[in-house]
Design a protein around this ligand. Structure first.
Ligand code: HEC
Length: 130
């Protein structure tokens, strides 16, 4: 083999190994139902009730009473900054999430209508114990 042939062979071998590694990673991800499995569609939720959707999707982190701190350092949704968000602002924050901060993006998990319903539910829970 001449030199450039050897280089090409190495590049090919590298790509093969890298591809196999990536494939294995995604395969394992899908097997353990991780979020990044590219061909697993999130289960479609049918409820349009904000309270139900909150309980199913948010309470695990933001707490059943919306005061936060249950998981992943999730903040209260009825006190501090969150107490002032409009429905639009809440919907935007819920859709986009903050993946690096531990807040999932819900735009692929819930429909825009469902996200609005959750936002309205959050607003309805303000006041009282704050
Ligand atoms: C896996 C845990 C987790 C789940 C599930 C979760 N959140 Fe969060 N959420 C967080 C964390 C952590 C933050 C703070 C992110 C940051 O600021 O970096 C956050 C931030 C937020 C904020 C912004 C709060 C602020 O003061 O700016 C809103 C609004 C919010 N979440 C609503 C929701 C709603 C509604 C749901 C359900 C549809 C939900 N979250 C599900 C962890 C979670």
């Amino acid at each position: 083999v001449n030199q450039s042939g050897a280089v090409r062979a190495w590049i090919l071998a590298y790509l093969l190994v890298a591809g196999a590694g990536l494939g294995a990673l995604v395969g394992v991800g899908c097997a353990v139902k991780a979020n990044f499995c590219p061909w697993r569609k999130p289960p479609a939720q049918t409820s349009t009730d904000g309270r139900t959707l909150y309980a199913a999707n948010c309470a695990v982190c933001h707490g059943p009473d919306l005061h936060g701190g249950t998981n992943a350092n999730a903040p209260s949704l009825v006190a501090f900054a969150a107490a002032g968000y409009t429905e639009d602002e809440l919907a935007k924050k819920i859709s986009r999430g903050k993946p690096l901060g531990g807040m999932p993006r819900f735009e692929r998990i819930l429909t825009p209508e469902q996200i609005r319903a959750v936002a309205r539910f959050i607003i309805s829970q303000r006041g009282g114990r704050g």
